[in-house]
Design a protein around this ligand. Sequence first.
Ligand code: AMP
Ligand code: MG
Length: 401
Amino acid sequence: MISMEDALEIVLKQVSVLSSERVKLLSSLGRVLSENIYSDFDIPGFNRAAMDGYAVVAKDTVHACSDRPVTLKVIDEVPAGFKVKSAISSGKAIRIMTGAVLPEGADAVVMVEYTEARGDKVMVFRSVKRGENVSFSGEDVKKGELVLPRGTLIRPQEVGMLAALGKTEVYVTRKPKVAIISTGDELIEPGKTLEKGKIYDSNSFSLFSQVLKCGADPERIGIVPDDKDELLHKVKMGLSSNILLLSGGVSEGKYDLVKEVLMEAGVKPLFWKVAVKPGKPTFFGIKERTLVFGLPGYPVSSMMNFENLVKPAIFKMLGREGYKRIKIRAVLKGEIKNSSGRKNFIRVRLIEENGRCLAIPAPSQKSGVLKSMVWANAVVVLSTDVRKVKNGEEVLVEILD
Ligand code: AMP
Ligand code: MG
């Protein structure tokens, strides 16, 4: 049995980044940039007013206060989006709107709230410093700057930034294709009538959704009974994908055929069984460039091993290197135990209460209890040597969402 760290290293060693494709900006959300994005210009490209008010020479306002306003002559007006023709000098002001080009000669903007218009003059009731209420050229982005490096996940803010840079299309990594097979004679497709001894297939639905959430392209090949020929046929279909995920049938039961069938299909085994709980019976192998994971049948085990092994592989294929779950400290509310002698992933719900983070373990930690995953938004990872953590103790929590 190998450790999760070693297992992950073996998996990642087999992964290379996929090729690129060009997509329209509005289709880029959730994709990963495969090019470095530099800026061809400053943003903003000119000094501009950050507030509505009057563009002034700051020095003119030094003595302005509410009892003794300074009076300036208003010589022009400039709305956002237009070029200003006039320049100002001492004693003069230009009415200016947020986003408008700062007129030549001006070095500050007095907010309209601190002024009072009087015909062609304005009274200023407050002093401003040089640069006050002005946003300077290049304040957001500098010309030539590397704004978004290759490997960046495109979130709404990146879509906005790409638009601000004038891009209409970008190069992103192609989505890995992930085929999903559920194995087991007891499995029924949701929607069909449930008979005694049967259960609905949930794993391929959780896995499909996990794949989607990672930004990859899932395909449900479906349910396969514990039958060698049928399994071999479906495995061969799945091997044309970048990743093939199977769940169930990978332990040592009489009908656990996955490992044997995969090897018959030409999959080279790289490990089987990882020292974790849940999720010990996990197979990993490769056939040419396809990664093949035989995940355990228990719904929690299959989901957790996806998180621990498959997700980092997908991220690496997408060019997102070095993925790690975010860890924060929390106070344990409840008690957790680890007698497995393996690394234990305790499902917890992280909540905030009176400024403290609390981790509340799911009431059942059994790997067949899918409700523990529904409960959880995080895990506490107990190493092999930690047998027990008591109520009120501090724990390191790894966020799943
Ligand atoms: P196995 O790994 O095939 O021995 O299955 C372990 C447990 O997980 C058994 O109780 C199975 O019925 C259950 N199981 C296997 N596959 C699925 C699935 N796709 N959806 C829900 N439960 C499953
Ligand atoms: Mg089975």
